[in-house]
Design a protein around this ligand. Sequence first.
Ligand SMILES: C[S@@+](CC[C@H](N)C(=O)[O-])C[C@H]1O[C@@H](n2cnc3c(N)ncnc32)[C@H](O)[C@@H]1O
Length: 189
Amino acid sequence: MLLDILPFAHDLLRQHIQAGDCVLDGTAGNGFDTQFLAECVGKTGKVFAFDIQEVALQNTAQRLAKQHLNDRVELILAGHERLDTFITEPLNAALFNFGYLPQGDKTITTLPETSLIAIKKTLQQLKNNGLLVAVIYHGHETGKHEKDALLSYAATLNCQQYKVAQYTWLNRSNCPPIVLAIEKRFQAA
Ligand SMILES: C[S@@+](CC[C@H](N)C(=O)[O-])C[C@H]1O[C@@H](n2cnc3c(N)ncnc32)[C@H](O)[C@@H]1O
């Protein structure tokens, strides 16, 4: 059965992440994805979760506390475009669920320029065979520009070094979200 967009994004990561891995949640939001990643990496793994809104990190912290998962997650109140300031470890995987906080302030959304910087920095920090998954919502104006910026950049990646794929519904109206998946094969010298 074909999976819906977010379950598909999670499924890609679930198949890829192993216990003990170090992974990134670039957009913590209400913490659903952070919880999912924390479960994937197990007790010995680590999740770095970024958001620019305090309320998002509070929601995420509460969700993690209920599941006793706080120990393996570092919550960082900063833009994901600065991820290299906070993370020195190589990453096994990363998830970005772009856009605005559901049930939150819709004027605070991810932006094309900073999302692109974050994707580029994440690719630098990914281990060989590491996987980056991004969910892109392009039903709003900023999201359209973000989609164009991210897909155009991804299409330029060297196919010897990266496998790049996208997944979406072709026969649905209202701009269904897109999953962008990038697997790093090896780091260029
Ligand atoms: C679609 S929501 C994320 C949903 C979330 N992953 C979840 O499971 O609920 C997008 C989030 O990105 C955050 N955001 C916006 N710009 C950001 C940036 N530059 N760096 C990190 N997070 C950002 C927003 O505050 C919002 O909470």
